[in-house]
Design a protein around this ligand. Structure first.
Ligand code: PMP
Length: 403
């Protein structure tokens, strides 16, 4: 062989790699991060709100005073100190019966999803998921060569009747993947009443539930409803992360698994990464032990609530007639539905030219639908920038409508 062209590699890829494509969000990041662009894309927390000096001192002590453990290998399941702290964090959300022994520390919430896919999905298996759903979960399920069947939502989250129909159509589905609280991307929350119904339906059908809950603590109006895992212990895998309540740069998340499954999860994680970063785990443990982390969550909540309000009033004031959107009571995202005839994907280059970015709805469906939707993030831009972004966006929409 004299040289290897791109085509030679294409022929060699494993089957599971062939369907992999760049996520629209990733592709947008380089454009959206240019300073002149108002980015309503992405999902970055407002890290500038952290007390960075104090975090820096904490990290310094972690290296200097505890370096022989924090810079060493650790165990696959994650440190017991952190798993104990994670149980305290979950207790705040209402999960009061978790044992540190059933917690597996992961590299962000993303690895939690990947581990569950490794454990349960064979090629061709069906996963049920809200439509729209988290783009990173779609990537994981696609890499596992699974098929995603979407279940419709409304303003109260997943529609129980639609779930029943989806189960009837795919009786061998492996699990329901759901983000019941402050959903990404739709910004809606599964109501109290529906939580019980969804759990009953899954229990009756013998369907496992993967509950993804990165946003539950970022509530703007009182406490969020109790997580599904607080209501049922069996058959529910609870995944969360410190990415939105502390810092995504540390890449620390976790799974709370039914006891019987925990060992297989650890084995799958060891095969994948050996062990989560001891330094990152030490940082989160120190943060939760020595710093006012509950206060910090309140700070994030306040900032995001103000920004949500700014985004919603800008949408009310500036969007063309016929546009609708969700009104999230927590989290980071608003989901907008465009007037008849507009195509969020086709409009994107014109939006970027007008210096505003969003994520077209198509990224959040496995089946290519979502052209009349877009996800708008409100955690990163200031209220003034959010309004300016909506002004630019509505200008592009008006132009497209006039075409
Ligand atoms: N699940 C959902 C629903 C998310 O929105 C995200 C992050 N955007 C993740 C999982 C992944 O979290 P992490 O950044 O901790 O990997």
């Amino acid at each position: 062989m004299t040289g290897t062209t791109q085509d030679d590699y294409t022929d060699r890829y494993a089957r599971r790699v062939r369907g992999m494509t760049t996520s629209e969000i990733r592709a947008l990041f380089s454009v959206a991060s240019r300073p002149e662009v108002v980015s309503l894309a992405g999902g970055s927390p407002y890290i500038a709100a952290l007390p960075l000096d104090a975090v820096g001192e904490m990290l310094n002590r972690l290296a200097v005073d505890h370096g022989t453990t924090s810079l060493q290998y650790g165990i696959g399941q994650g440190t017991v100190e952190l798993r104990e702290r994670i149980c305290e964090v979950m207790a705040l959300s209402g999960i009061t019966n978790a044992s540190p022994d059933d917690v597996v520390v992961t590299v962000g919430g993303q690895q939690a999803l990947d581990l569950l896919a490794r454990l349960f999905l064979d090629p061709g298996d069906v996963v049920l998921a809200e439509g729209p759903t988290y783009v990173g979960a779609l990537g994981v399920f696609q890499a596992a060569q699974a098929q995603v069947r979407h279940v419709a939502m409304d303003d109260e989250g997943l529609i129980p009747e639609a779930l029943e129909e989806a189960i009837a159509a795919s009786p061998r589905a492996k699990f329901l993947y759901t983000i019941p609280t402050f959903q990404n991307p739709a910004g809606v929350t599964l109501s109290e009443e529906r939580r019980e119904r969804v759990l009953d339906i899954c229990e009756r059908a013998g369907l496992l539930v993967v509950e993804d809950d990165p946003y539950g603590m970022l509530s703007f109006e009182g406490d969020a409803p109790l997580p599904l895992r607080a209501r049922r212990r069996d058959g529910v895998f609870y995944c969360s992360t410190f990415s939105k309540t502390f810092a995504p740069g540390l890449r620390v998340g976790w799974i709370l698994a039914p006891h019987a499954v925990r060992e297989k999860l650890v084995l799958a994680s060891e095969a994948n990464i050996l062990c989560p970063s001891a330094f990152a785990q030490g940082a989160v443990t120190q943060y939760l032990t020595t710093m006012p982390w509950r206060e910090q969550i309140k700070v994030y909540r306040e900032i995001y609530r103000e920004r949500r309000d700014a985004l919603l009033s800008a949408l009310t004031d500036l969007m063309p007639a016929g546009t609708t959107w969700t009104r999230p009571t927590g989290g980071l995202f608003v989901w907008a539905t465009l007037p008849e005839g507009l195509d969020s994907k086709a409009m994107m280059p014109r939006a970027v030219a007008a210096r505003v970015a969003y994520v077209p709805g198509t990224g959040f469906y496995a089946d290519g639908t979502g052209r009349s939707n877009m996800r708008l993030n409100f955690s990163f831009a200031t209220p003034e920038r959010l309004r300016e972004g909506v002004r630019r966006l509505s200008g592009v929409m008006e132009q497209d409508l006039a075409m």
